[in-house]
Design a protein around this ligand. Structure first.
Ligand code: ADP
Length: 444
């Protein structure tokens, strides 16, 4: 052993202590050896100084050694303890180790070799025990830390749940307020629209050119306001899960034709061609015609609004698995991939500035997204800035009125990929970005 060991020998018998001293010296143990001859001295000595090993005689005049070892073991004093017994006694050895001794050695076996060996072993065992105790202590501490972190997390989770509940309540109050207010606004709006229409009828008396112009403006603005109110009302109903589909069998091509005819004047006003291509063997679907019409009006009027020249193409196609695709393409300003998911969020527009060129509430696509999800369908968007956009709605031919579909609103998806369009001459430009929009669980 190269290090100098501090060794304490405790024993009443002077000869025994001398034997140990002699054997250790003979074994070449580098040491600083101290001796005490009673247990009182032992405690004070161990408190004042630390030792690498204590040799303790089993026969102390003033003290029962088993009790002494137990006291030492349960005190703050930690030291390897080798007990020297008078005879080989298995039973006693077990008791000593159980009481807290590190090892024992019969005095009859003391020799320089055995004592040095026992000393080395005792120190090794003691160090291993200390390391194990330290590891256990660290594990206990980290376990306690984990418990307290868990408790903290649980507290935070409960707070978040409470806040969520409050937010939900606030959102419900807001939706209810929106629904009530828009509903209330609609009644006078309908009166304004109705009376302006009556005023414009020739049988109500002839209006001057200026008067007719003013009444027409009242009528158009009233209609526009009513459309905005309807959007807000629909949106608040959808948010509250209160919008039900009224399913019936109808001819989807006819509905598309009707919408295209109704909206054509808007395209004409901008010199845009508005074309329609139907490719359906069976034109009948089971869905809510009012809501399908609403989706179409929104998509086509957006296409017209965001296109300054070129054409709008509305297509309807048969898809496998008894589904139908409605596609609205335009050659307008296009949408950057980074905006794909945002435009499906309520009140979100690519241009959010007050001075924006294109008017609107930013609710149209959010409503379409929710409606398509309720219908168990999907929306795909392909677009390239400056070249145009394509919104493709895929719907089951027969919607399930109690559908529980997938659970991701379009606004939460950001998958987009590059799409090469070779077929469409207006999109002959190289690349279009494409996002596939899913649909969430929604109970009717
Ligand atoms: P709004 O048209 O009332 O602004 P929407 O929810 O219908 O609201 O559309 C959200 C935004 O998506 C629009 O403001 C526009 O920025 C973008 N957008 C929608 N359709 C098109 C389109 N066909 N071409 C270019 N941008 C579009």
């Amino acid at each position: 052993m190269e290090e100098t060991l501090k060794i304490l020998v405790v024993g009443t018998d002077e000869v025994d202590r001398m034997t140990i001293r002699y054997a250790l010296t003979k074994a070449g143990v580098q040491m600083q050896l101290s001796e005490v001859d009673d247990s009182n001295d032992l405690f004070s000595t161990l408190k004042n100084s630390s030792y690498d090993c204590v040799f303790l005689d089993y026969r102390l005049l003033d003290q029962d050694v088993l009790t002494l070892i137990q006291q030492l073991h349960s005190s703050e004093i930690k030291v390897p303890l080798v007990v020297l017994t008078n005879q080989e006694d298995e039973q006693l050895a077990i008791q000593l180790i159980e009481a807290g001794a590190t090892d024992y050695l019969s005095k009859s076996r003391i020799s320089p070799e055995t004592l040095a060996q026992v000393l080395r072993n005792a120190i090794r065992i003691y160090r291993a025990q200390m390391q194990a105790a330290l590891a256990i202590q660290q594990i206990r501490e980290s376990h306690e830390q984990l418990i307290s972190k868990n408790q903290e997390l649980e507290r935070q989770q409960q707070q978040i749940q409470k806040q969520n509940l409050k937010l939900l309540e606030a959102s419900q109050v807001k939706s209810h307020f929106l629904a009530t207010m828009t509903h209330e606004f609609r009644t006078p709006m309908n009166a304004i629209i109705g009376f302006s229409q009556i005023l414009l009828r020739p049988k109500c008396g002839k209006l001057t050119h200026g008067q007719a112009d003013m009444v027409e403006r009242i009528l158009n603005n009233g209609k526009h306001l009513l459309m905005l109110l309807n959007e807000v009302l629909d949106f608040s109903k959808l948010e509250a899960g209160q919008l039900d589909l009224k399913g019936e069998i109808f001819d989807v091509s006819k509905v598309i034709n009707l919408v295209v005819d109704e909206i054509r004047s808007l395209a004409d006003a901008k010199n845009l061609s508005l074309l329609m291509q139907t490719n359906l063997q069976n034109t009948l679907v089971f869905n809510d015609p009012v809501r399908v019409k609403q989706i179409l009006i929104n998509l086509i009027s957006n296409a017209i609004k965001f296109t300054d020249s070129g054409e709008i193409l509305v297509e309807v196609k048969e898809l496998p698995a008894n589904r139908v695709a409605i596609i609205v393409r335009d050659t307008g300003i296009g949408i950057a991939p980074k905006d794909f998911k945002h435009i499906f969020e309520a009140f979100r527009q690519v241009d959010q500035s007050i001075t924006r060129k294109y008017p609107g509430t930013g609710l149209g696509l959010a409503i379409i997204d929710s409606l398509v999800r309720i219908m168990g369908g999907k929306i795909f968007l392909e677009s390239k800035l400056g070249l145009g956009s394509m919104f493709r709605i895929e719907l089951p031919r027969q919607v399930k009125l109690t559908t529980v579909a997938a659970d991701t609103p379009a606004s939460q998806l950001d998958s987009n990929e590059v799409f090469r369009s070779a077929k469409n001459p207006h999109h002959s430009c190289s690349q279009f970005s494409k996002a596939q929009i899913g649909y969430p669980k929604f109970k009717l």
